[in-house]
Design a protein around this ligand. Structure first.
Ligand code: SF4
Length: 300
């Protein structure tokens, strides 16, 4: 239940104060939960093109979507255009059934492209490791579920398994397959989990049933970290594991059963330039979140 949702979820409006700034007669300020619902509603499947999940959605079968989602999520860093070009080539090389291709084993003549920190050899070793896991467990969900403990523990186990199969580990493979025990917020792992666990809403895939959406943590990237801090969803400045946990807890006040439902929309604000890294006064003035934003309020 959304304790802060009130009224309809109509189109976004700029929230205004009715007192304190002499603006009597203007529309009342909306609660943050309702504004976040509006953002989540505004940024739906129409905006898939701006997110690497679009690569998983190109496949029909759940197995292929799962395999493509793992690949797209783990390589989702760096320049968006370069990442998209890399994923297009890599998934093109894997053919129309990437899950089967991985499970069968990567053939000798397979040409793996390189990407930023990962050499072609790193990419190939990662694909071979994913193939071993698929052969051993039948699916990534089964591999993830085989480990006991919390979702963090299971991420650790899956990442460690992939690392072990991809060994010897290079710098690129360590960067590609981070372990939660290293202290990072593991944005790409949590993004993968959001994709496969949240129900199919035209963006997320709804493939896994071993976790509930309420188990998910918000994937923290630079956009999310900046906006979450500006909205007071955390007081922390370092986007680490505790940062992700605090932001998720704040979002759970609005939707405890599915706190990461806000992730795609909030991330679009940064990715599509509605809330750019360098603050733009005009954009803040037009932003529905301004009454709740410690950066935007400075533009009043
Ligand atoms: S008010 Fe400005 S800084 Fe705050 S979320 Fe909106 S665009 Fe971003």
């Amino acid at each position: 239940m959304n304790r802060e949702r009130t009224g309809s979820q109509g189109p976004l409006r700029t929230g205004r104060r009715t007192s304190g700034h002499g603006r009597t007669g203007e529309a009342p300020e909306l609660p943050l939960g309702q504004l976040l619902d509006g953002i989540a509603g505004q940024y739906g499947p129409r905006f898939l093109h701006s997110d690497p999940i679009v690569f998983a959605r190109r496949y029909d079968s759940p197995a292929d979507r799962e395999a493509a989602a793992l690949i797209a999520a783990l390589f989702a860093y760096g320049n968006v255009k370069a990442m998209g070009a890399f994923l297009k080539v890599l998934l093109g090389e894997l053919g129309p059934e990437p899950a089967a291709r991985l499970a069968e084993g990567i053939p000798r003549g397979f040409t793996a492209p390189a990407y930023r920190f990962q050499t072609a050899a790193d990419v190939r070793r990662f694909l071979e490791a994913a193939g071993v896991v698929l052969r051993r467990f039948g699916s990534l969900e089964k591999a993830f579920s085989a480990a006991p403990g919390s979702p963090w523990d299971r991420i650790e186990a899956l990442a460690a398994m992939l690392q072990a199969e991809a060994a010897p580990l290079s710098r690129g493979l360590r960067q590609l397959l981070p372990l939660p025990s290293g202290g990072s917020a593991c944005k790409r792992w949590w993004m993968f989990l959001r994709w496969v666990v949240r129900p199919d809403d035209g963006v997320d895939l709804g493939l896994w049933h071993c976790l509930s959406p309420s188990d998910l943590l918000i994937p923290i990237d630079t956009h999310l970290a900046r906006i979450a801090f500006a909205l007071g969803l955390t007081r922390r400045r370092t986007p680490d594991r505790r940062f992700a946990e605090e932001v998720t807890a704040s979002l759970a006040r609005f939707c405890p059963e599915d706190p990461t439902r806000y992730d795609f929309g909030l991330a679009r604000l940064g990715i599509l330039g509605a809330c750019p890294r360098r603050q733009v006064e005009e954009l803040c003035r037009a932003c529905s979140l301004r009454p709740h934003c410690r950066l935007g309020r400075g533009t009043e």
